[in-house]
Design a protein around this ligand. Structure first.
Ligand SMILES: [Zn+2]
Length: 358
């Protein structure tokens, strides 16, 4: 029994504010044989879960033997989630919409280049926290150990979304740009955008195509028969993932915090110096050898009153832009590039100005 309990099945969910106690109990029971359900969250959420199980589950102490609740404050959350992802044998990622339904990711019907870039970036289709977790799953090589969970009513949307993501984002697996993919196309009506204007967060959804599987459950009505079927299917999938994942444990330490020393970092494993930002705070890390540049230095260069102090594309503040130089040696590289962490657009700092680049 003790050996079996060593498997950690990490449960990640979109919105903490929405009660998912019934689902948590079902998951804990379904994975009780291979291991423990691990949940990361604030103390008050754990208290609410305990309160709910006391009121609704006949043998609630047994349920809590199958759950390991890791209490963590908001400012430690990114670091803790990274650690827990790296320790997990299997990850269950519950995707839920922010409102009642997921928003559409279709391209805007009309508009030219200027309309497109002056329109706001679409709100993320699901919680930014969960989309950030998808980044960590990729970095820690855990997507192949990840099972996606969604309500049966969201399954058609989800299947379609996963299928169409390269069309929406222009990105293939590993976030690589698709060859021959164009943002705009010439049509009889003029230049038309081919994609919605989505944020760096939603682009992370592309990674979900590499997840191990997708399983749905009937929301609300956990009738005995549907509960049995769901548990059976889930247990089987979790066991398969655990069997295959034994040999792939990536240490998360290198992916966390800041360091003046070069580290091999995603997406390409090239040596990079990231010393002014925590790696876990970055959604997008450029390829090749790079060294980041502090905001203070960039502000000094952009000292002219007419210099732009926000992202040229989405208006995010300079602190949301990763500034860097190519290579590890600052002396040999004078041009400072920037990559907005919210809209993904590349920029360059040139002659005291922030300019479009690429
Ligand atoms: Zn931006």
């Amino acid at each position: 029994m003790a050996a079996k309990q060593q498997n950690r099945i990490l449960y990640l969910r979109t919105f903490r504010s929405r009660p998912d106690h019934r689902l948590v109990v079902s998951l804990a029971l379904a994975v009780a044989n291979p291991g423990k359900l691990v949940i990361v969250g604030p103390a008050e959420d754990e208290a609410r879960l305990r309160q709910w199980t006391r009121a609704h589950v006949s043998d609630d102490n047994t349920i809590h033997q199958h759950i390991e609740y890791i209490v963590c404050s908001d400012d430690q959350w990114r670091r803790e989630v990274n650690l827990q992802i790296s320790k997990a044998s299997c990850v269950l990622l519950y995707m839920a919409p922010k409102r009642r339904k997921f928003p559409s990711l279709r391209a805007p019907k009309a508009g030219d280049f200027e309309d497109f870039y002056s329109s706001p970036v679409k709100e993320p289709v699901t919680g930014p926290g969960l989309l950030r977790e998808i980044v960590y799953l990729r970095r820690l090589d855990k997507l192949k150990s990840t099972l996606l969970l969604c309500a049966a009513s969201d399954l058609p949307y989800f299947s379609r979304l996963l299928r169409d993501l390269p069309i929406h984002t222009g990105l293939g697996p590993d976030m690589t740009p698709l060859l021959g993919f164009y943002l705009f196309q010439n049509t009889p009506k003029g230049l038309q955008p081919m994609v919605p204007r989505i944020s760096a967060y939603d682009r992370q959804l592309v990674n979900l195509r590499a997840a191990r599987g997708l399983i749905s459950f009937r929301k609300g009505v956990f009738s005995r028969s549907s509960q049995v079927k769901f548990s059976h299917d889930l247990t089987e999938l979790v066991n398969q993932v655990i069997r295959d994942s034994r040999s792939s444990r990536v240490q998360p330490d290198v992916m966390l915090g800041r360091s003046p020393r070069p580290r091999r970092l995603p997406p390409d494993g090239a040596r990079k110096i990231i010393e002014f930002t925590n790696v876990e705070d970055l959604l997008y890390i450029p390829r090749y050898e790079i060294a980041d540049v502090g905001l203070a230095e960039v502000l000094e260069i952009l000292a002219e009153p007419e210099a732009n102090h926000e992202c040229l594309s989405c208006g995010a503040s300079l602190s949301d832009i990763l500034f860097y130089v190519r290579g590890l040696d600052r002396a040999a590289n004078s041009s400072i590039r920037g990559r907005c962490q919210f809209c993904f657009e590349p920029m360059i700092v040139e002659s005291g100005q922030l300019r479009w680049w690429g």
